[in-house]
Design a protein. Structure first.
Length: 332
């Protein structure tokens, strides 16, 4: 089977609807046809302001949500990034191949460093894409499903793989990014031209996977729409309603025109009530399963440890080959 690698940062207590629709739902399908590695990238999350107890908690919660959403640890390799030390080790080697100018062109760094300011911006945030390249290349990955915003990082990963292979001999598969369709992009309910994000400035526009169903329904009822009053997809002129339609379609597997027809001549209130039912029905069982898993952290840790051993086996093979090729003395 071809290899797939993807991951998410444990940067909040709960994942949000964009993570679920844009990533988890696709991962769940892809794990059937790919030898999939899904990691909870805790080392990456350390590039954001953090607190140790919270980071531990968020890491477990993120892993539990992967499983609750249908990522099966017996089918896919689902593990925590820091449990496989080869990630940090390969990142160092790759950083010696990455141009300073090349890394400086990464738009995510430009955006985030502007947000954090001179003092809040760390070298770790700057080398984030190099660690991501290590994540992907360790597993001889064929495809990387990512959002549009991560495409530049996968391009860097490809450049680094090709550079290494040309300079030292082939150690890496050159991965291909698989970018989700525009309709898989979910926007903030209060600010429907900004992507829904775990780190959104305000909570009112974010649908959390682990939120109380009543709170979720309330947020949907309060979502920003427009004054036209017709349920119609038009991203340009009706970003709020279009976003709600995309969520509706993604969670029901229905086509947008069929949903428009169902709500033709009915107001936004009805449509939002319908959507609230859809979302609560979908998230409810996922939430229950995740909370059950979190009730038994020892068992969850056991599953993560077993999966980390499986990941480390593959990763160590690549790293050993890389160490040989660059001229590091073999470890004994
Ligand atoms: N709004 C979204 N619509 C579609 N897909 C989304 N993803 C995130 N938001 C949306 C996808 O979820 C995965 C999570 O990636 P991440 O946790 O590494 O960080 P992110 O993309 O930056 O997601 P967030 O929620 O906005 O996190 P923070 O606030 O921590 O930066 C990726 O596959 C992403 O495409």
């Amino acid at each position: 089977k071809p290899r797939l690698y993807s991951g998410m940062q444990p940067s909040a207590d709960s994942l949000q609807a964009g993570n679920y629709i844009g990533a988890l739902l696709q991962w769940r399908d892809l794990q059937e046809t790919y030898d999939a590695f899904f990691s909870v990238v805790d080392l990456h999350a350390m590039t954001q302001p953090n607190n140790p107890a919270e980071l531990r908690e968020k890491t477990r919660r993120t892993a539990a949500q992967y499983i609750a959403a249908g990522i099966e640890p017996s089918k896919s390799t689902l593990y925590v990034q820091s449990h496989v030390p080869a990630h940090a080790e390969l990142a160092w080697i790759l950083s010696t191949l990455t141009g300073f100018g090349e890394a400086s062109r990464m738009t995510q760094f430009k955006d985030k460093s502007q947000r954090y300011g001179q003092d809040g911006t760390t070298v770790g945030l700057f080398t984030y894409p190099v660690l991501m390249a290590a994540d992907i290349l360790l597993y001889q990955t064929d495809i990387v499903p990512v959002g549009e915003d991560q495409k530049q990082h996968v391009e860097l990963t490809r450049d680094l793989a090709e550079r290494f292979n040309a300079r030292y001999g082939k150690a890496f598969e050159v991965p291909v990014p698989v970018i989700q369709k525009d309709t898989a992009r979910i926007y903030d309910l209060q600010n429907p031209t900004a992507k829904m994000s775990k780190s959104a400035a305000t909570d009112a526009g974010v649908l959390w996977l682990l939120d109380d169903p009543k709170a979720t329904a309330k947020k949907i009822m309060r979502a920003v729409t427009d004054s036209e009053g017709s349920v119609r997809y038009d991203r340009e002129n009706k970003p709020g309603v279009s976003n709600l339609l995309v969520i509706y379609a993604a969670l029901t597997g229905r086509q947008i025109p069929a949903i428009e027809d169902e709500y033709a001549g009915r107001g936004y209130g009805d449509f939002k009530k319908g959507l609230a039912d859809v979302v609560v029905n979908e998230f409810g069982p996922v939430r229950e399963r995740a909370l059950d898993l979190l009730d038994d952290p020892a068992e969850l840790d056991r599953v993560l440890a077993a999966n980390a051993r499986r990941a480390a086996e593959v990763a160590e093979r690549t790293l050993g080959d890389v160490y040989d090729k660059v001229g590091l003395l073999r470890r004994v």
